[in-house]
Design a protein around this ligand. Structure first.
Ligand code: C5P
Length: 216
């Protein structure tokens, strides 16, 4: 079984995927974490030859997608926490808009999905990575609600950003993800639109659960 979910920043993709993965024994693959890891590589090892660096990066997904490490230059780096920092969010578009980096990451994502039941989320999963997925969902919520969720997440990480700044960052990233030339974020015709504004995480998980049960 393949469940593919796309949607903008803060739409609740990762929280809901973790619940669904556990409940229905699926492997959770957070593709945003892979783009974030390449942004981390560019900050720590430089932006030069980033395509080659991406090719030489091995992604290690542990604890069913809750942890991510990369193997680069014979060293393993646990990036689970670091890639959530605001400076990575600001840098990630640079890596995500590069066509060759995307090709490399898409191949690695497809390889992860081979031979196991997966729930994979990102921006181009329903359109490019798993276009034949059994269930395709476009998850969204209003920018204000998404900013509130991100704000709370950052607060718990002791990142003291102002709400207005978080909202601005969300809108900027939406604009970049939706308007870029390479694999822009869009709702594919056959994806189910799920607007989570005003819904709790459990309510969203229940709706996706119903889709999985009726598919089976
Ligand atoms: O999902 P998350 O917010 O962690 O993703 C970080 C960034 O990575 C997105 O804003 C987007 O630019 C990029 N991304 C992408 N394609 C994916 C997943 C993420 O371009 N499949």
């Amino acid at each position: 079984m393949q469940v593919a979910i796309d949607g903008p920043a803060g739409s609740g993709k990762s929280s809901v995927c973790k619940i669904i993965a556990e409940k229905y024994s699926l492997t959770y693959i957070d593709t945003g974490a892979m783009y974030r890891s390449i942004a981390w590589i560019s900050i720590h090892f430089g932006e030069d030859n980033l395509v080659e660096k991406a090719g030489n990066t091995e992604f290690i997904l542990e604890d069913n997608g809750r942890k991510i490490s990369v193997k680069y230059d014979n060293n393993v780096y646990d990036l689970t926490k670091e890639i959530r920092m605001p400076e990575i969010s600001a840098k990630v578009a640079f890596a995500a808009s590069n066509r060759d980096i995307r090709k490399i990451l898409v191949k690695k994502q497809q390889a992860f999905a081979e031979g196991s039941d997966v729930i994979m989320e990102g921006r181009d999963i329903t359109t490019v990575v798993l276009p034949n997925a059994d269930i395709k969902i476009y998850l969204t919520a209003s920018p204000e609600e998404r900013a509130k969720r991100r704000f709370k997440e950052w607060e718990s990480m002791e990142q003291n950003e102002e709400y207005a700044k978080v909202l601005e960052e969300i809108k900027k990233r939406d604009e970049m993800d939706m308007s870029r030339k390479e694999s822009p974020l869009l709702q594919s015709e056959d994806a189910v639109l799920l607007d989570t504004t005003g819904l709790s995480l459990e309510q969203v998980a229940d709706k996706i659960g119903e889709m999985i049960i009726s598919y089976k």
